[in-house]
Design a protein around this ligand. Sequence first.
Ligand code: UD1
Length: 420
Amino acid sequence: MDYLQIKGVKSLNGTIKISGAKNASLPLIAMTILAKNKVKIKNLPQVADIKTLLKLLSNLGATCEMQNDAMEVDTSTLTQTKATYDIVKTMRASILVLGPILSRFGHCEVSLPGGCAIGQRPIDLHLKALEQMGAKINIEAGYVQANAPKGLKGCDIIFDKITVTGTANIVMAAALAKGVTTITNAAREPEVVQLCEILNANGVKIEGIGSASLKIHGTNGKLIDIDEFSIIPDRIEAGTYLCAAAITKSTLTLENVEPSHLGAVIAKLEEMGCKFSIAPQTMTIHPAKTLKPIKIITQEYPGFPTDMQAQFLALATQANGTSIIEERLFENRFMHVSELQRMGANITLSGNIATVVGKTKLSGTDVMATDLRASSALVLAALVADGITNVHRIYHLDRGYDSLEKKLENVGAKIKRLQE
Ligand code: UD1
């Protein structure tokens, strides 16, 4: 198993190119199931989760091939409709194939994703919405079995909670459904927006894109004609490197970034004392002289992203004063706290609120990554810790960060990938 060995540094300096967004790529790969032709996808990040979903599609009969700089996905040869446990257990987002397979083939089986390190993460809202669209859903032997032999029908769906993959799943189901589907309380994340924009540009009329109310005009079973598209930049990867600059008091430039997707993250870094020079597709962060403490509440987009909570928690350990970080989306998303405490952080947890007292001296030691974003928080802490930190179980990190150690090494970090 690989691990990262990181030696604390004085500062970083240079430019990091941001990869395509993992969370935009996943629904867009699933969307190719709705296409009648081969689809070219550009700017896909090289991360494990993308490979997992492409493998899932290949297992179902699709062909996925890298041609020059684009992944070509052809689902016209797709014959199977069952997403099996061996793949779904490694990536919960596999559930994204349920909506498109069901709407195209009239039936689909997907293994129930099961538990997850950051909380329960049920899929009840996905299933309830599909039932409203006319699907018969059974849960049997650990699988969701969904059937709609006469196709799905448009209807009015109100999500009880805002769900990102739930919205994407239902948008894709509605794309081939008969009639109009409305979604109230839809997710407004840029990744959902890109999915809607691509469908809308390729024959599925969608009104209200970017708002909490979507209206999808289904094609009544007609497959769509998509040629190619390029994935938006990863706002969470970008936010993580902004935190790397902030924690090491460095000036870093990010390229291939979409600053407008980072509003809440930039606002918090500014509150902490960092400054920004922003232009289209590029931004430079200038460090704070002294980091100020912050209050953060995680929320749905455009609020502060839960996927940046762990990184800001690491950053707060280096702020002068008391920061309060409240996690509102996932009940168990503080697994990184005990590892940061082992490095010397002063953090008190009370339910879903972390109180971080800084500034504390962090010391390098052996720590264990527990989920994707928790892993990057440990890397950030290691960048400023005294001595050497070994971050173990980085398969979590590899799920979502494209070439993290190379990108950090290029800007001066002392970081090595080693084997246990
Ligand atoms: C997506 C992102 C993940 C991010 C999360 C929140 C992808 C692949 N993953 O995950 O990185 O952390 O959004 O921004 O895009 N819920 C239910 N029932 C459901 C669905 C969700 O109760 O059927 C709850 C969840 O437990 C959670 C909340 O709704 O408390 C939001 O979850 P959701 O937006 O669905 O997260 P994901 O789409 O899984």
